[in-house]
Design a protein around this ligand. Structure first.
Ligand code: 4NP
Length: 149
C-alpha cells in the first residue's frame, strides 16, 4: 500500500486541505483502497487543533468534507511514508534537519516551481485551494503513469 503524507507548517490549513483533496481525487477514481493519505505539520504549535474553519469552509465550498487533528511529523512517520509532499521548500529543510538527511529522496515539493502560498497570511484560501488541487491532480496522474498506484 502506497503511503503519502502532506506537510505544511501548522497542519491546520494547507496540508489537511491537500490530504482531503487527494483523498477526494482517489475516491473519484475508485482508488481509495490503494493509498494511505495523512498530513502533518513541521511545527507542534497547532497540535490537537482541528482544521482551520476557513480552510474547512473552502473545502466544503468545493464539495469536499474533511476531518483532521493537527500533529507534528516525527522521524517514525518519515520512516513509514513513501512520499512526503511539502507545501514550502523550507519545510523540506526542517524535515531533513530532523532526520539528519535520511529519507531525503522521499521529501518533495507538492508544487514543482513555487511554494503553495500560506493562506494564514494571505487570507486567500481559494487561491491556495486552487494551487493544491492542480498540484494534487498532477501528482496523482504522475503516480498512476509511473505504475505506483
Ligand atoms: P498551515 O498554516 O501551515 O497551512 O497550517 C498556518 C497555520 C498557523 C500558523 C501559520 C500557518 N500560525 O502561525 O499559527
Amino acid at each position: 500500500m502506497l503511503k503519502i503524507a502532506f506537510v505544511c507548517l501548522g497542519n491546520i490549513c494547507r496540508s489537511p486541505m491537500a490530504e482531503a483533496v487527494f483523498k477526494h481525487l482517489l475516491d473519484e477514481r475508485g482508488l481509495s483502497d490503494r493509498v494511505i493519505v495523512d498530513s502533518f505539520g513541521v511545527s507542534d504549535e497547532e497540535e490537537g487543533n482541528g482544521i482551520y474553519p476557513l480552510a474547512l469552509k473552502t473545502l466544503e465550498n468545493h464539495g469536499i468534507t474533511a476531518k483532521h487533528t493537527a500533529k507534528k511529523i516525527t522521524a517514525t512517520d518519515m520512516a513509514e511514508f513513501d512520499y512526503v509532499m511539502v507545501m514550502e521548500l523550507r519545510h523540506r529543510g526542517t524535515i531533513l534537519c530532523m532526520t539528519r538527511g535520511e529519507y531525503a529522496d522521499r521529501v518533495k515539493p507538492l508544487c514543482k516551481d513555487r511554494d503553495i502560498v500560506d493562506p494564514w497570511y494571505t487570507r486567500d484560501f481559494e487561491k491556495s485551494y486552487a494551487d493544491i488541487k492542480a498540484c494534487c491532480m498532477s501528482l496523482l496522474d504522475e503516480l498512476i503513469t509511473q505504475g505506483k498506484i
